[in-house]
Design a protein around this ligand. Sequence first.
Ligand code: EPZ
Length: 446
Amino acid sequence: MEVKTINTFIQPNQSATFTQDYNRVALEIIGRNPLKGEVRISGAKNSALAILAGTLLCSQECRLTNVPTLKDVQFMGQVLSALGVKIEQNQDVWDIDPRQLKDAQAPYELVSQLRASFFVIGPILTRLGVAHVPLPGGCAIGSRPVDLHVRGLQAMGADVLIEHGVVNASVKGNKKRLQGANIFLDYPSVGATETIMMAATLAEGETIIQNAAQEPEIVDLANFCNSMGAKIKGAGTNTITIEGVKSLHSTDYAIIPDRIEAGTFLVAGAITHSPITLTAVNHEHLIPVIAKLEEIGVKVARESETSLKVLPGELRGTDIETSPHPGFPTDMQAQFMALLTVSEGNSLITETVFENRLRHVAELKRMGADIKVKGNCAMVRGIYRLSGAPVMATDLRASAALVIAALAADGTTIVQGLQHLDRGYENIEQKLRSLGAKINRIQYQS
Ligand code: EPZ
């Protein structure tokens, strides 16, 4: 079977198509090459997805900048277009015209491919008084129900009927608008906080969300809505207050840097003992990640307001337990597991946020890692060195962990399952190659 290197760098002005045949492409990584230089961090995927849904709240045009070019973000664009929104994309700038939002029915064929598209239910319902959004269904890392989203909307006076896999929501009785309410979340869900916060911006009266999620992406969404004239206070704390307004006006808003992409590159620097510098990054958002790196023996220096430098060190094991922000992010668990496989001593990793997010263990073991799993815990015993092997990515962050492990492994690793990686990392192989990594996207020719 013939193998050829392909270049998937997304040129400026080129809208990404991601149409490659993922069964025939893989990353070929030759390990043990030191990295050096600078890497620019892209806009945050999980902010862009929520904020794109948030543009549906506005009855004027919006401009978003620092929008990452990712498979998931392209999908959200298609969901908005299917709802009647006009979008012009130029590099990382999106001009969005939601004035023609007419269809309250989000298309199943798109929602089924992108869980986050369920976030449109709040904005559509509060703007049009009715919304029909397919249930997103589970994914590789867990069952991921949306009961907290639905309960929040019901508390604000929505009638919700789930039928044939679709959540049908409408404003009750002869009320035109959703009503402010006091909502206590059983779990500080990121998505449910975002859905309720967006729905409340155009509701009548005041809404208070208690035990709200505090992630930086929640703050970014609130800042975006406030830049359109919304009245949201307390985002980033466990209590958010929203005073409903009649309508929102246009805005020009820049998405925050991606703290998970940044964390992934910090770990890539640590595992290869490379003093790389990250630019266009927000230090505040990375405090739990940097604290863990320092426990492992890797210092991270603030070079400027928006740049961080890895100061490599001897790697030693530590324990990690994922939890909602400001706890240790579940989206960094897999990448840190890769690092701890070659850190001196034992490390206990406990995944508390998602019930099925240890699937990368089997693939890391193919590279020689010594890991024992019991329930949602993984005991990692550090070894001297990983060895290259063919591995399969099972979900987005698992794919990043395998790329990181391959950078430090002896010999060549072939990483398949890139449909996961492209969902959340913009031009990752070009960025790594610019730092000196030996990494290529290869295509199998039949
Ligand atoms: C967001 O997912 C992120 N996705 C996830 O990132 C991230 O892992 C997660 O927050 C936690 O930080 C986006 O922002 C698009 P949750 P979300 O609602 O909103 C349970 C990545 O790698 N739950 O906070 O879906 C749920 O099952 C992705 O970029 C309910 O039980 O996360 C889970 O166990 C993966 N009922 C827990 O809460 C609900 O109604 C956390 O989910 C909602 C959630």
